[in-house]
Design a protein. Structure first.
Length: 131
């Protein structure tokens, strides 16, 4: 009986360690996404504050725009991975990570704003190239 109890306690400790490791990795990913999102927001703000967005895009020869599009796709993939990861966790891990769910939602909203802004910028570039 005592050995069974010790075995159960060991299993609980192992599960707790696994959960803590999963949470730590998830938190690292969230921090990375927040930093990338902030960088994207700053890049977009700078482009929008420019007197002529078309000239800015033309001067950068499209490389900045392409980079933003790639980072946008990368952020979306990371959000999808985190959501899948979160959905696959055990009940205890989910309870611990629910408090971080708001961060994922906020990142998704910011990503949507960034995607909308990129789409508008793309329209401006296409109109300018069409002239």
């Amino acid at each position: 009986m005592e050995s069974e109890l010790a075995n159960i306690n060991q299993q609980i400790q192992e599960q707790e360690n696994e959960a803590e490791n999963a949470i730590a990795k998830w938190q690292e990913n969230v921090i990375e996404l927040e930093e990338k999102c902030a960088e994207l927001k700053q890049n977009l703000k700078t482009a929008l504050e420019s007197n002529d967005a078309v000239d800015t895009m033309n001067d950068a020869s499209g490389s900045d725009y392409s980079q933003l599009m790639e980072e946008n796709a990368s952020l979306q993939n990371k959000i999808n991975y985190l959501e899948t990861s979160l959905a696959g966790n055990s009940g205890n891990e989910i309870d611990s990570e629910i408090q971080h769910g708001d961060t994922v939602v906020e990142l998704q909203e910011e990503l949507k704003i960034a995607q909308d802004t990129l789409a508008k910028d793309e329209e401006v570039v296409q109109r300018w190239e069409g002239k």
